[in-house]
Design a protein around this ligand. Structure first.
Ligand SMILES: [Zn+2]
Length: 108
């Protein structure tokens, strides 16, 4: 009489199966997380000032009166680092110069 399992045994067996399924689900979730981490970041940002066309003659110049300067300065008056501004090295330097002039003139 192999079918004669007590209800307690049946419940235990069901619990075991449930646990196995849960573990599988957890494993799948963690694998998905790892894949997300491993995925390369391909979003390449181009410097906002380099994209402008009509400044071809003086491509690096940033006007201290430029209203866009505000975007690159925090409320505390700090210039954001390149990793946040997305500017190229040359334009980041130029931005810093322009912001300093703008600050000294009270524009920022
Ligand atoms: Zn640039």
């Amino acid at each position: 009489m192999g079918e004669n399992l007590s209800t307690r045994e049946v419940i235990e067996e069901l619990n075991r199966q449930e646990n196995r399924q849960e573990n599988k689900a957890k494993k799948n979730a963690s694998e998905a997380n790892e894949e997300r981490k491993r995925a390369p970041r391909q979003k390449r940002r181009v410097c906002a000032f380099c994209m402008e066309k009509d400044e071809a003659k003086r491509p690096l110049y940033i006007d201290y009166k430029d209203p866009r300067l505000k975007k690159y300065v925090s409320e505390g008056g700090k210039i954001f680092p390149r990793r946040q501004t997305g500017l190229c090295a040359a334009h980041q330097r130029e931005l810093a110069r322009a912001v300093k002039i703008a600050k000294s003139m009270g524009l920022l």
